[in-house]
Design a protein around this ligand. Sequence first.
Ligand code: ADP
Ligand code: MG
Length: 696
Amino acid sequence: MSKIPEIYGSMVFNEHTMQERLPSATYKDLMKTIQKGEPLNLEVANVVAHAMKEWAIEKGATHYTHWFQPLSGITSEKHDSFLDPTGDGRAIMSFSGKELIQGEPDASSFPSGGLRATFEARGYTAWDPTSYAFIKDEVLCIPTAFCSYTGEALDKKTPLLRSMSAIDEQAKRVLALFGEHVDRVIPTVGAEQEYFLISEKDYAKRSDLIMTGRTLFGYSPLKGQELEEHYFGAIRPTVNEFMKELDSELWKLGVSAKTKHNEVAPAQHELAPLFTNANRAIDENLLTMEKMRLLASHHGLVCLQHEKPFDGINGSGKHNNWSISAGKTNFLDPGETPMDNLRFLVFLTGVIQAVDDYQELLRMTVASAGNDHRLGANEAPPAIVSIFLGDELGAIVDALVDDHEYTSAEKVAVDLGVSVLPNFLKDNTDRNRTSPFAFTGNKFEFRMPGSAVNLADCNMVLNTAMAKSLKDFADAMEGKTGEEFESAAIAYIKETLKKHQRIIFNGNGYSDEWPAEAERRGLANNRTTADALPAYVAPESIKLFEEFNVLSEVEVRSRYEVKLEKYTKLMNIEVRTMKRMTRRTYLPAINKYATLVANEINELKSAAAGIDTSVQDELLKKVTDGIKEINAALNDLHEAHLEARAIADEQEKANKYAHEIVPKMERLRAGVDAMECVVAHDLWPVPTYNDILFYC
Ligand code: ADP
Ligand code: MG
């Protein structure tokens, strides 16, 4: 099993390769850029570009690309070959520092939310040296940021990097108060990716899956997940072959794919990598998603990354494990000594403040047409943001808030003077799977993101909101040292926790009582994407982003527009697909069955006089009634759809889809699904859930 070390990172221009291939002065300069964010000059870039090209060519690369994340959320690439004709009929392979640092894709077809007029379509991509370049399918991929010529970010990576700088700067101020000085504070992320695998043959027969990524129709399968036999079950051979190839491809790309298993729903699986810095973790997650989609075809499979491909069984999420660290120190790790504990409480309080103050902004980052089917559907946390701390930590926070003695799990009373803060054990944090934001020992796990989302948005908000908490603390403590600092810090923690206690909820997030209780606490419950998106452009959000130079007001507004449009466009596609399938796929089949039953009745009647056909008559009535209901639901949806399409204001249009059209879609679906249980299986025009979910 020496295979993993052999292949791991073999296609990545990582630190080891850089050290091997770059002159030591260049290597040092580059490391300063990577580790401390210092700017890189063109001379150094030229040397790096040359070494990168030589390395890539040795590995079989013929092209390079600036790999970036436009606002559509997925990654983009345009391949340029290294080809450089010499003028005498021959060619050499060339790649300059300038080509490494900057690219100019024609950007007119990427969403920009009105930021960039089409006549001024040029945007530019800029090398992000903090994420490694890698080779994928003979193409050297250079992770880049994507901006307009006027400097506005047109991508997901740029604001994420800016938010990482913000948290770095503010966390260092806080650490300085503790007498700690570090090179760079970075947020870390580990993204657990859930997905479905189904057979290509079934997929090809369902235009809803092809067009929208989810089944718009389909009666519940005869068995769902109630037997709990799939979760962690033996992995079937086809899936296993897929997973093996996936692991090996990801390892080559330096993605530390660590855990793989079957998930709760039939045909559902998960892959979790080891965590790394937020920027690279997100690049790696996007790469993982891409590899999953592409490699599935080698095994006759299709990988579904939609948040809710099948109704009635669990959808797919992407848990965002998040912490803040410098070197080997994790600031959300309770630590061993009292001072570590105080520092931990400062960071913990910061998170609680951040999540409470910007709960709606955080909720906004995971809003999408697909995730609307997941949040609050008894399988994923509700659309209400709250924090789970666990019994032990919860009790400590209660003690701090109420100013009383804290009794640890071992029933030892300790007072909360800083020097005797308890050493609570990680294992005491029991897992509450229903919480959207749970403390899990030394990190928080944000469980609202859906499987399809680019995690850059939620991490950008988390980092920026956390930078704000840390800044508030550092501002308040400025100039204080020693015991004065310690007691002021404790007083600050107590007061802040008191103010934000409402966001902590250790109970069952799936219960019916929680939304009512949350409302009493004044917590937001933005159930749909249409309700969630306005938080992006709320004055306090714009203020936050501007204060930390993460997004300008113009950038915020353009992003809101892009998200709104994406939502209404997707909804429009879903409705069109539904109407088309109803008219051209389902109704003809159901009508055919009605005719078949009618003919059967006639045949029976002519076979023997006086024969009782009441059962067949009833069936015929059921089917013709079903057809009637489907037609009524279809017309109703059609009317509302036309009205929605005529609305000019995007927010209004989104509201119409979310609140009026979705229920009509559900009605139409119910009508068709009811017939699925009646019409003969061999006449049913598409593979059913029973057909799709249990064969691979
Ligand atoms: P589970 O949640 O399934 O029990 P783990 O707790 O082991 O699994 O980790 C889940 C994910 O969290 C993994 O991707 C892991 O690398 C990541 N993770 C662990 N520690 C941190 C951290 N300090 N920061 C960010 N992610 C982390
Ligand atoms: Mg987890």
